[in-house]
Design a protein around this ligand. Sequence first.
Ligand code: PLP
Length: 413
Amino acid sequence: MTLSRRDLLALAVAMPGFSWLARAPLPTRSEAPMPSAPGPEDEPAWERIANEFVIDGIHLNTGTVGASPLAVLQATIQHMRAFERMIGQEAVDVPALKKELESFLGAWPGSIAILRNTTEAMNVAANGIALEPGDEILSTTHEHIGGRCCWELLAKRRGVVYRTFAPPLDPRNDDDVIQAWQANVTPRTKVLSISHVLFSTGLLQPVQALVRWARGRGIISVIDGAHPPGMLVNDLASVDADFYATSTHKWLLGPKGTGLLVVRPDRMATTWPLIGSGDWAAEDIRRFEHVGTSNDSLLAGLRAAVAFQQGIGREAIERRARSLATGLDSALRGIPRVKVFSPSRVSHRTAMVAFQLDGVSAEKLQGILGQARIRTRRIAESGLEYLRLSTHLYTLPRDLDRTLEILRTTARG
Ligand SMILES: Cc1ncc(COP(=O)(O)O)c(C=O)c1O
């Protein structure tokens, strides 16, 4: 069935959940200058930053998808409109975008392939490594489908073995995590597939040490880095992984359908590309990202997203997001019947907090918060049942107060 423009408009008006944004013009941006490097408790500065967003409620699920600021929406839409004029189109300066991303992520020059998301980037890495039947890929029981299914498919199709172990959820230190990985490696382990930050609880894993240890044994490291860029300050060249996959539409707040694969320079020529397209035989990063015609407007928006976060400051954003999560974590631990599954130590906690409320399922809790226009993530994968809350640069203390108030009321029954 094809809907006319009028049908679509009628539908938009009729659907109660359809945001005003779908119908109204974008708000104009405030004239007030954007703050640079605000402290974690500089509330006027963070209020000013939050005003750059069109969030229609309280968004506590950046772990799934980030809200883009107006600057990103405008850059994407402007490019899209200009593109449709067809004549005199201006190309996005992709080399400049790559340099900006390299600087933002601390990645090697020429190491970034721009793809659609972490899932795609993980698949490019997994399919590009030469693996034999019986070769083992080691990972944890807390992997997201976006980092896990590429290996499960290879296991089914090619006879590689995907092995998982339960990671320590509340480690005392990095060694607890490292030892858990080391204890599960076998002589057949060819790849460690490591989530830099676990999607389930926000646990930060010591990837740099794991990568170094693995390389010393000839084991390849593939990092599911869906969360760190835009949430934590990254220096990917120091992490030194063979492959690092991420989604720039999460914490970096870029247009939806943008992600990256960062490939260690010595891996380029020996890794197969997934898609046979124009540059498949190039021995550099181009072999992984040429997929035919794609949407350049998203790249225009991605440039704006990087500029937005660079302007505020990566350290300032990390400090704010993590300190909000720490406050949230302590408040949750003070609610009767709440059990928090995120790490109790600040060193391993990021900007996501996962918990259960005894007697109320995560599904029910999500529904109760959803009624109050609070968006959360229910973690129901791998037999888990948590509710996860993400804090980011647009989260304000009053958002968390409101959320906690509802949780306290629910806990009282
Ligand atoms: C750890 C992890 N890996 C992979 C993904 C998949 O991300 P995407 O859907 O952007 O590919 C997610 C999404 O939430 C995630 O949390």
